[in-house]
Design a protein around this ligand. Structure first.
Ligand SMILES: Cc1ncc(COP(=O)(O)O)c(C=O)c1O
Length: 389
């Protein structure tokens, strides 16, 4: 039977990691990686995470099953972090998932069950978005989001495309720190798109995977919070991978806001059923760590301070990079105003390959760079190599 299968291509980003590792040059630079890196090139474990883990080792009473819905305290505290002051006032429900990807997949499975015919994704988006929805049997349509040559959000065209969506279609939005472009909607644009979604009866799914890396914890969720206040029903897929540095612990949640508490309970029972037939129950450890941090004032303050340091490092590298690259590409002054780890540079694939071959600077063919892949000491040298292309 295995002969009926065809070989699938490697994930290009994972292949890039292999190429980078195999490169013996000491000055090589990895701008392809999808994780935060510090000044020493490490992806650190947050101090608060270590402290919470120590506490859990000492106090955790059992390893018995948690249940398909996950840890109630984790869900309550994470929802408060995401939805802010409005959290308690919304008819909402949540289920803990294996990372943000697990959250997106549960939402996709539920959409398929609800008969949602298609979901609108911005172009470009994180490649796994389209793959997840297609795998769940939900068709994917696209709206223009970002123009690489001019480094600008194509808001008029986005509105125009979404105006053509049918009532009941779903729309995916990134809350902030857009992957792969770093481009953000302005407050006015969030208001406008929220009105459009509500007016046309579309179902929004907001992906929030980098809260705290852009403009700050609350600012990164502000557009999403405004949207939730306007629409009767929505999904929010939360990833704790970056915000808590818990990548491999697979920690996230899918939340839904509904028009009534009863409707929210129905959504919950369906999410739980879908989880049960997929992975049965989410991994516990990362969620227990997040619940511990968010439930302890001192740990929470330390986590926020460390996240803010990381954000500051990204912002300062963005500013230096933008200034340097603008000497050749004026349009790249925009990099300073973009947010989160990623920007999408207007490079030809031949430029990407030359940077890799001649200088050991690694990024995917798309030209997406991870700003956090750069150490401060490398910035000037990397700029010089870009300018000499
Ligand atoms: C936009 C976006 N959403 C969701 C995720 C999912 O992250 P995870 O499944 O690791 O929590 C990622 C990870 O890279 C992402 O970039």
């Amino acid at each position: 039977m295995f002969d009926t299968l065809s070989r699938q291509p490697d994930d290009p980003l994972l292949a890039l990691i292999g190429l980078f590792r195999a490169d013996p040059r000491p000055g090589k630079v990895d701008l392809g990686v999808g994780v935060y890196r510090d000044e020493a090139g490490r992806t650190p474990i947050f101090r608060a995470v270590k402290a919470a883990e120590k506490r859990l080792v000492e106090t955790q009473p059992t390893k018995a099953y948690v249940g398909p819905e996950g840890d109630a305290l984790f869900l309550e505290r994470l929802w408060a972090l995401t939805a802010g002051e409005a959290a308690g006032g919304l008819a909402s429900t949540g289920v803990q998932t294996p990372g943000g990807s697990g959250a997106l997949r549960l939402a996709a499975d539920l959409m398929a069950r609800m008969g949602v015919r298609r979901i609108w994704l911005g172009l470009p988006s994180w490649p796994n978005h389209a793959a997840i929805f297609k795998a769940a049997g939900v068709d994917v349509a696209t709206y223009p989001f970002f123009d690489v040559p001019s480094q600008s959000v194509l808001f008029d065209r986005m509105e125009e495309a979404l105006s053509g969506a049918a009532p009941g279609d779903a729309v995916l939005l990134h809350a902030s720190c857009h992957n792969p472009t770093g481009a953000a909607l302005s407050s006015a644009q969030w208001v406008a798109v929220s009105g459009l979604i509500a007016g046309r009866g579309l179902l929004p799914l907001v992906d929030i995977a980098y809260q705290g890396y852009g403009r700050g914890l609350d600012a990164d969720a502000a557009g999403l919070r405004g949207l939730l206040a306007k629409v009767p029903e929505a999904f929010v897929a939360v990833s704790c991978s970056k915000s808590f540095g818990l990548y491999r612990e697979r920690t996230g949640a899918i939340f839904a806001t509904a028009s009534s508490a009863d409707s929210a309970l129905t959504v919950r029972s369906n999410l739980v059923g879908l989880a049960r037939t997929s992975y049965s129950m989410p991994p516990d450890h990362g969620a227990a760590v997040v619940a511990t941090i968010l439930g302890d004032d001192a740990l929470k303050a330390d986590w926020m301070a460390e996240l803010e340091e990381m954000r500051g490092r990204i912002v300062s590298i963005r500013e230096r990079l933008a200034k340097g690259l603008a000497r050749r590409w004026q349009v790249l002054t925009a990099v300073a105003g973009q947010e989160g780890m990623f920007s999408l540079l207007p490079l030809e694939e031949t430029d990407v390959m030359r940077l890799r071959a001649e200088h050991g600077i690694y990024m995917p063919g798309s030209g997406r760079i991870n700003i956090a892949g750069l150490k401060s000491a490398e910035v000037d040298d990397v700029i010089a190599k870009f300018l000499n292309l």
